[in-house]
Design a protein around this ligand. Structure first.
Ligand SMILES: CC(C)(COP(=O)(O)OP(=O)(O)OC[C@H]1O[C@@H](n2cnc3c(N)ncnc32)[C@H](O)[C@@H]1OP(=O)(O)O)[C@@H](O)C(=O)NCCC(=O)NCCS
Length: 163
């Protein structure tokens, strides 16, 4: 896709960040460990804190519209591990490499921050996302856990070692 710009969110982006995240939760409710019902209740301060506490990226198209997002955050219990979460690209912009650019942005930031690995969880039925991650070098660890709001579905852990 032409002229896609991936950039790190700043606090002033909180409404854009909220809009794309709520769209993700509405469009792909089984792709995420959280829910629309939970996050629609977040206050502005919570959206701002989410940006401040993580490395959140927004992908924008040539018209400046947000078409995708992904976030990396360091696990407080595992300082060398960055979790890649909240990966989403709007349906009309998929299969054009935006998802890959977002993964690369999170991984590059993790590397720059000195992390030793990036970890994510992908629901067992989400073959497209799993393929994207495999293409970016992530491998399944064999660890699974139930999706919190739909425990009949399992999430597979995947990891990219950085060093
Ligand atoms: C998963 C998602 C982020 C992929 O975004 P995207 O911008 O379409 O991804 P890319 O175009 O960068 O895809 C790169 C590669 O990943 C693989 N891939 C991505 N989506 C795929 C799909 N639906 N089916 C098969 N392979 C897919 C392909 O190998 C693709 O390369 P190709 O198009 O040259 O074949 C997007 O489909 C999405 O937002 N889905 C709903 C939310 C979601 O599932 N998030 C992930 C939670 S873990």
């Amino acid at each position: 896709m032409d002229a896609v710009v991936v950039r790190r969110s700043v606090e002033a982006d909180w409404e854009r960040s909220r809009a794309i995240r709520l769209r993700a939760l509405r469009d792909a409710p089984l792709a995420f460990a959280s829910t629309y019902e939970r996050e629609i209740a977040f206050l502005p301060e919570q959206w701002k804190a989410r940006i401040g506490d993580s490395a959140q990226f927004l992908a924008g198209n040539a018209d400046g519209e947000v078409i995708g997002t992904a976030t990396g955050f360091t696990d407080p219990g595992e300082p060398g591990t960055v979790n890649l979460v909240a990966m989403f690209v709007v349906a009309e912009a998929r299969r054009c490499g935006v998802g890959e650019q977002l993964v690369e942005a999170v991984v590059a930031q993790a590397r720059a921050d000195g992390a030793s690995r990036v970890r994510l969880h992908v629901v067992e039925t989400n073959d497209g996302a799993a393929r994207l991650y495999a293409r970016c070098g992530f491998v399944r660890t064999g660890v699974t856990e139930p999706l919190p709001h739909q425990p009949s579905l399992l999430e597979h852990e995947m990891v990219l070692a950085l060093r």
